[in-house]
Write a protein that binds this ligand. Structure first.
Ligand code: ADP
Ligand code: MG
Ligand code: MG
Length: 305
């Protein structure tokens, strides 16, 4: 069981820029689906980017905590002093290694790297990073891997070498085929080159595929529904539901529109206004927002303030 906790999070545009987040409090546990809604410009994407460690933003107050059970990962026991971690102290690839999925890491188009190779490398990079994060200092592997520190998603896809403990080619192909079927993706997709001519919809499908492969404890998905036609919206939604139902992930689904919530039914709905959560409720809240817009939430929030 994992829990992502935003605690009084304040953030601004880097180097003394505009204040955007003004005290965000939010908790997402494994197995729960949360929708974060709100009008354009309210701070939803900034919330996702701050969790991801985007350099355009500066956190001025508050924390982003991840709480993990000792047996969160099958293969590694988490030491007691690492069961609560402030994500803001970690590099982006360490955040992923901890089990927090923060959207597709889009490297520049790299010639000759197929999707299947890219995703296998991403999975292995995550597993190696996780081992480095949690292993005790006496572990010999730390030294062996010391020169391998830059195994981030953006550099490692070109490395073809297989290390001990890596998921091998054949095993990975099986994993990927299964996940692609879940998402109703064409099997040829695995052999396509990274980023080469992907449509908007394919990029979104891809993002959910990457999440399915990395098996995060918590996934943050920003506007995964934008620009999808109805068939693809359904495929992507099936993928998100499987992340929760089959892998037990917690989902923070950021969306401007209610439409996707017909397919991915949220347990909790939050409305962001002016950089804060102004109201929370269940799925009915999303329906009310669809019918009545956001003005009533704003009136309510400022009446009681
Ligand atoms: P949402 O995703 O809810 O539409 P955003 O988080 O993208 O909103 O943006 C919130 C506000 O912060 C907007 O007014 C936006 O213009 C501003 N903003 C976000 N990122 C930056 C940035 N890098 N530089 C300047 N202003 C920004
Ligand atoms: Mg946004
Ligand atoms: Mg949207």
């Amino acid at each position: 069981m994992a829990r992502l906790e935003l605690r009084d999070l304040h953030a601004q545009v880097a180097e003394g820029g505009e204040k955007i987040l003004d005290g965000v409090n939010l908790e997402v546990r494994s197995g729960e689906i949360h929708a974060l809604m709100g009008p354009n410009g309210s701070g939803k994407s900034t919330t996702a980017k701050v969790i991801a460690g985007h350099p355009a933003y500066e956190v001025t107050d508050g924390e982003v905590l991840v709480h993990l059970d000792e047996d969160e990962f099958e293969d590694i026991e988490i030491p007691e002093d690492m069961r609560t971690v402030n994500l803001l102290d970690l590099e982006p690839n360490e955040r992923a290694a901890l089990g927090v999925f923060l959207g597709f890491q889009y490297p520049a188009e790299i010639e000759g790297v197929t999707m299947v190779n890219f995703l296998r490398t991403a999975l292995n990079a995550k597993l190696e990073e996780r081992e480095e994060l949690f292993e005790d200092d006496e572990g010999e592997e730390a030294e062996a891997d010391a020169d391998d520190e830059d195994a981030g998603y953006d550099t490692s896809p070109m490395e073809g070498d297989v290390e001990e403990g890596d998921v091998g080619v054949a095993e990975f192909q099986e994993i990927m085929a299964e996940k692609m079927e879940q998402l109703d993706m064409d099997s040829q997709f695995a052999q396509r080159y990274l980023n080469a001519g992907f449509s908007g919809g394919e990029k979104k499908q891809n993002e959910v595929l990457q999440a399915a492969i990395l098996e995060p404890s918590i996934a943050v998905l920003d506007e995964i529904d934008s620009g999808l036609d109805i068939d693809r919206l359904q495929d992507v939604s099936n993928g998100i539901n499987a992340l929760r139902d089959e892998q037990g992930a917690g989902i923070l689904q950021i969306t401007h529109y209610q439409r996707i919530l017909d397919y991915v039914e949220p347990d909790h709905v939050h409305v962001m206004l002016d950089g804060k959560i102004a109201k929370s409720g269940d799925a009915d809240l999303a329906h009310k927002l669809e019918d009545e817009g956001y003005d009533w939430v704003r009136e309510e929030a400022y009446e009681t303030a």
